[in-house]
Design a protein around this ligand. Structure first.
Ligand code: GDP
Ligand code: MG
Length: 167
């Protein structure tokens, strides 16, 4: 199997961390400050059963008044159209306005989209996870929901298996 997978989501949710966890390298730039990733970064994961090209994005920024934001938005908007599969990363079980904006964009794409709820290690109450997953899948057309702690690598192998299965 071969496919292009785009990681999308608002800044600071852990897209670059996830890409690094998948690839096992420090290829992408990870930082607590948003807007560090200014270009699309490609990483290739080769397994016995698949070759996957990953596209990391700078994220979508609200506003867009400043030139940098406009540039970031332009890059981010190009990505889904050239991907075979989208992975929408969010931070915890809070669905923000910016997450909705990303969903509005990805839901217009023909490619299927997985939802990744990242940073579950920060959640004190894990009981919120399943109702949240049920709600987002009922209200929006994600192919599946995965819970991850990308910084620790938790949930990454299962996500990778699902990505390969969907390509
Ligand atoms: P991006 O802007 O979406 O690419 O986000 P980054 O990958 O640069 O990560 C933003 C911040 O979130 C960094 O400080 C990461 O260390 C942190 N982060 C990423 N994944 C996790 C996680 O699973 N758990 C926690 N607690 N922090 C994370
Ligand atoms: Mg990044």
């Amino acid at each position: 199997r071969f496919g292009r997978v785009a990681l999308v989501g608002r800044p600071n949710v852990g897209k670059s961390t996830l890409l690094n966890a998948i690839l096992g390298t420090k290829l992408s730039i990870v930082t607590p400050k948003p807007q560090t990733t200014r270009h699309r970064i490609l990483g290739v994961e080769t397994r016995d059963d698949a070759q996957i090209v990953f596209i990391d994005t700078p994220g979508l920024h609200q506003g867009g008044k400043r030139a940098l934001n406009r540039q970031l938005n332009r890059v981010a908007r190009q990505v889904p159209e050239e991907a075979d599969l989208l992975v929408h990363v969010i931070d915890g079980v809070r669905w923000r306005e910016e997450d909705e904006a990303v969903w509005q964009l990805v839901s217009k794409q023909p490619a299927p989209c997985l939802l990744v709820v990242n940073k579950v290690d920060k959640l004190a109450d894990k009981k919120a996870l399943l109702p949240f997953a049920a709600e987002v899948t009922r209200e929006r057309g994600y192919a599946a929901v995965h819970f991850l702690a990308a910084r620790r690598g938790d949930g990454v192998p299962a996500l990778l298996d699902e990505i390969v299965a969907l390509l």
